[in-house]
Design a protein around this ligand. Structure first.
Ligand code: NAD
Length: 353
């Protein structure tokens, strides 16, 4: 199976590339523009393999993407390339519309023309797997779960742009017969996550003796999944999922942001007592809320569990311990990022202050 992974130098895409490159009979081409969020060190362990290659391209650039398809002749596309940070989408939504909506449209058009030229056997095998987020469903109250039938109600520029891309993918299936599958996943965490996201930001702040900013009351709730479990879910969906279907992916690890930050604090300070941080209450700092901050996300993963047999291998405490140990051991990975790309400042305040 020859697979193009878009966004394969990012957090989740790189976990997918590492997983695919380890599969027998699999050939993977990582197609990535290399934005600020990308890092080729995330795929260093597979970069020397004969079944792995990389090409730097923008999914918005149709003629270049066409050439890549002609050269590689994929059996499948796993589409993860996106602008992915909600706070950045509040500060500058244009890039999100460009990559997530226009880029997905451009890619779908390339895939449609490529698919139409395949013979019948290759057409039966071909898949376009679109990787999306549970944020497209908007917010839950204190009760209930997102199922595959939950109506879309995105509230941030990021989730609206992802919802737009999901709708395009669905339409290309119904209108043009493109063999697509869509998956919507909850919040991921794990090694190689860019330090603007909650868990790595908190780990690094604790290691540096800095305050731990928590939005609003800290009671907004998310459902957390270890990134390698997500990568395995995506591989399961690609190889066993039904064309035209959608699958919700989640870890059933619902936690408030405040509980997540407290668990990160306990885990880091237990492993590195010399941080000098002894009391959580001394370091936590409640800051003005994110505009449009969704209250709660929680996934009902019944369909992927019962129909495809996927279950996550990590509960939150085990995954967090692995993640914290990884960040402690990989200063060489994140120190240059803090120095050159992002130094922990608050993003996405909008018009609140
Ligand atoms: P990320 O920001 O870490 O990585 C995104 C990658 O896409 C980067 O390597 C970047 O260079 C690349 N990219 C951006 N614009 C591009 C373009 N125009 N052309 C080619 N490549 C481009 O994101 P992530 O957290 O790994 O998320 C990957 C996908 O999974 C996204 O589609 C996101 O919406 C979805 N998702 C993320 C989460 C999460 O918790 N992180 C949860 C569910 C779904």
């Amino acid at each position: 199976m020859k697979v193009i992974v878009t966004g394969g130098a990012g957090f989740i895409g790189s976990a997918v590339c590492r997983l695919l490159a380890g599969q027998k009979g699999c050939k993977v081409l990582n197609l990535d523009k290399l934005t600020y969020a990308a890092d080729l060190r995330t795929v260093e362990v597979v970069s020397g393999r004969r079944n792995y290659s990389f090409v730097q391209e923008d999914i918005c650039n149709k003629s270049s993407i066409e050439r890549v398809f002609e050269d590689f002749q994929p059996d499948a596309v796993m589409h993860l390339a996106a602008e992915s940070h909600v706070d950045r989408s509040i500060d500058g939504p244009a890039e999100f519309i460009q990559t997530n909506v226009v880029g997905t449209f451009t890619l779908l058009e390339v895939v449609r023309e490529y698919f139409n030229r395949l013979d019948d056997v290759a057409k039966r095998v071909f898949r376009f797997h679109h990787v999306s987020t549970d944020e497209v469903f908007g917010t839950l109250g204190n009760e209930g779960l997102f199922t595959e039938e939950t109506p879309y109600a995105p509230n941030s520029p990021y989730s609206a742009s992802k919802a737009g891309s999901d709708h395009l993918v669905r339409a290309w299936h119904y209108t043009y017969g493109l063999p697509v599958i869509i998956s919507n996943c909850s919040n991921n965490y794990g090694p190689y996550q860019f330090p603007e996201k909650l868990i790595p930001l908190m780990i690094l702040n604790i290691l540096h003796g800095k305050k731990l900013p928590v939005y609003g009351s800290g009671l907004n709730t998310r459902d957390w999944l270890y990134v390698e479990d997500h990568a395995e879910a995506l591989f399961t969906i690609l190889t066993k999922g039904k064309v035209g279907e959608r699958y919700n992916v989640g870890g059933c690890n619902e936690l408030s942001n405040l509980d997540v930050v407290r668990k990160v604090f306990d885990t880091v300070t237990a492993l590195v007592p010399e941080t000098g941080c002894h009391s959580f209450d001394d370091v936590v700092e409640f800051v003005s809320d994110r505009p449009g901050h969704d209250w709660r996300y929680a996934i009902d993963p019944t369909k992927i569990r019962t129909e495809l047999g996927w279950t996550p291998k990590h509960n939150f405490d085990a995954g967090l311990l692995q993640t914290v140990k990884w960040y402690i051991a990989h200063r060489d990975w994140w120190e240059p990022i803090l120095k050159n790309k992002y130094s922990g400042e608050r993003l996405g305040k909008g018009s609140v202050e």
